[in-house]
Design a protein. Structure first.
Length: 527
């Protein structure tokens, strides 16, 4: 009795289950199809490069945020080639006059038309001493005047021949004169306007910048509609965010984290030789570094090959030069100083320091790949030849302010270097972010009229000026390589390596990894 009742209940449940399943099939057949997955249109980028200002005419650091908001006169491709930007044509009328034809029909984000007056305004403000722009000595020291010919034509007059001008103008980002003058410099820096592929949305200082697509952009609407740059100086934290899925791309993956990123199934790792040459600079205007034998000794004392293979996991390229491999004048046949502690001790003894000496090494933390660890490895190597070094690390902007010293003091006499609080060594990188035809790093660090704070000489000034004015490309290449020989012999730096740029990102994202630290969201898309 009990058994037959149980069988009836089970049979009834089976009939109900079949009917329910059939109902589901009928419902599924009648229901509308599920919508196709919608591709992502936003991106969160975690970066160690924290902007100090969004005013494009102040800083000499090429922040991606400014580059995406404001266009240059000349664009640089991912392989550092000059392409038309807001300027469509350019020609040298004579040795000191350039004429630029400007792109018609371009509008700023606020609707103002782009004209030659905007170009002149940007030049005039940058060159005005009251602006105190860091760009003048770096990029525009030879600009004499800018003349408006008509709405779409400007002429730039320079002090002497300057064949690299188009390359240098790839750095200048154009702000709208009318809007800038109406709101003032401070307000503009808080809410910048340009002609670029992205519009400004929000800046929370030291935290993030958010941009949205300019769908009326003259090159076409961006595929990525919203970009957020999140600032995280600590490399381990950046990688943790990527592994957790909370961000889409991380700039400047540390070599020590590369394997973890590569091993994660939904992530990719991209690597490219960067334009950033890493070195340990030397204050040559103070003892004992005013003796070239001491500077050469330090070069023999550091085992860069070991640093590259261990600390940097092989993600770096030994460089015997003061310029990177993508820069005019780079000589692949120039041999680096060998690791030779015995030779280092010999030179120190000849210079009068058989027992070594004490000094300091300043450097940034979190700006470059394993920068703190690299500095500490240099300190350890120098200790082996009797040079006792105290490492002083700091956040990049604080370090760089210290590095620049007192701007009121002259450089060509060595006075600024002698007065600097950096009385020994400093770890730094230099990236030729204007492309390869101009040896920016040599002009930047060794020209007494630019930023030759810790090393300059009349002979090197003459070589730099000769090369900078040379119109013939082959002659300029020869002059640049001759300069490299002189600098290597004089050893103003402990010559290091070119960084590899490492990017960690989610699968499905395509973008152009670039050697110049620029994340070009306009060239990115989600698959």
């Amino acid at each position: 009795m009990f058994g037959s009742a149980l069988r009836g209940v089970v049979a009834g449940r089976l009939r109900l289950s079949v009917l329910f399943a059939v109902g589901l099939v009928v419902f599924a057949a009648c229901a509308p199809a599920a919508p196709a997955a919608v591709a992502k249109t936003d991106i969160i980028v975690t970066s160690p490069f924290i902007p100090t200002t969004l005013d494009p005419m102040i800083d000499s650091v090429p922040y991606s945020e400014i580059k995406l908001i404001m266009d240059p006169l000349f664009l640089l491709t991912a392989d550092m080639k000059v392409q038309p930007g807001l300027a469509t044509e350019w020609k040298a009328l004579d040795a000191t006059t350039w004429e630029l034809k400007l792109r018609s029909g371009v509008k700023f984000h606020n609707g103002d038309p782009f004209t030659a007056m905007d170009v002149k305004f940007n030049f005039d403000r940058i060159l005005d001493p009251a602006t105190n722009s860091r760009q003048v000595p770096v990029y525009y020291t030879k600009v004499k005047s800018v003349q408006v010919v008509d709405d779409l034509t400007v002429r730039i007059t320079t002090n002497g021949s300057w064949p690299a001008l188009p390359q240098l103008l790839s750095f200048m980002r154009i702000a709208p004169a009318k809007y800038f003058q109406s709101v003032g410099a401070e307000a503009f820096a808080q809410k910048p306007v340009g002609t670029g592929p992205y519009k400004f949305v929000e800046w929370v200082k030291d935290a993030h910048v958010t941009l949205e697509a300019n769908d009326a952009y003259w090159r076409g609407a961006p595929k990525i509609k919203r970009v957020t740059f999140s600032y995280v100086p600590d490399g381990a934290t950046r990688v943790a965010q990527l592994l957790s899925g909370s961000v889409d791309l991380v700039q400047s993956i540390a070599p020590s984290d590369a394997a973890r990123v590569k091993a994660t199934s939904d992530l990719e790792l991209a690597s490219i030789r960067g334009m950033n040459g890493m070195f340990v600079g030397i204050n040559t205007f103070v003892k004992p570094f005013n003796d070239v034998r001491v500077r050469q000794a330090l070069n023999y004392a550091v085992n860069w090959d070991a640093i590259i293979s261990t600390l940097l996991g092989g993600y770096a390229f030994r460089n015997a030069s003061t310029i990177g491999a993508l820069t005019n004048g780079y000589d692949p046949n120039l041999k680096p100083y060998a690791y030779d502690p015995a030779k280092a001790k010999q030179l120190l003894a000849e210079a009068g320091y058989p027992n070594g000496f004490a000094t300091t090494l300043d450097g940034p933390i979190g700006r470059y790949n394993q920068d703190k660890e690299v500095a500490q490895a240099v300190v350890a190597d120098l200790a082996k030849v009797g040079v006792q070094v105290q490492y002083v690390g700091a956040e990049f902007n604080a370090f760089f302010t210290k590095f620049l010293g007192d701007a009121k003091l002259p450089m060509n006499t060595g006075e600024r270097g002698r007065a600097s609080s950096i009385q020994g060594l400093y770890l730094l990188g230099c990236a030729n972010t204007t492309g390869g035809d101009f040896d920016l790093c040599n002009q930047l660090y060794f020209n007494s009229k630019v930023r030759g704070i810790y090393y300059n000489s009349p002979d090197v000034d003459a070589l730099l000026n000769q090369e900078g004015a040379e119109i013939n490309p082959d002659a300029r290449l020869g002059q640049a390589r001759a300069l490299e020989q002189v600098l290597q012999q004089n050893a103003p730096w402990i010559f290091g390596y070119d960084e590899a740029k490492l990017f960690g990102y989610k699968k499905g994202l395509t973008f152009d990894p670039r050697p110049d630290d620029f994340f070009d969201a306009y060239a990115a898309t989600w698959q």
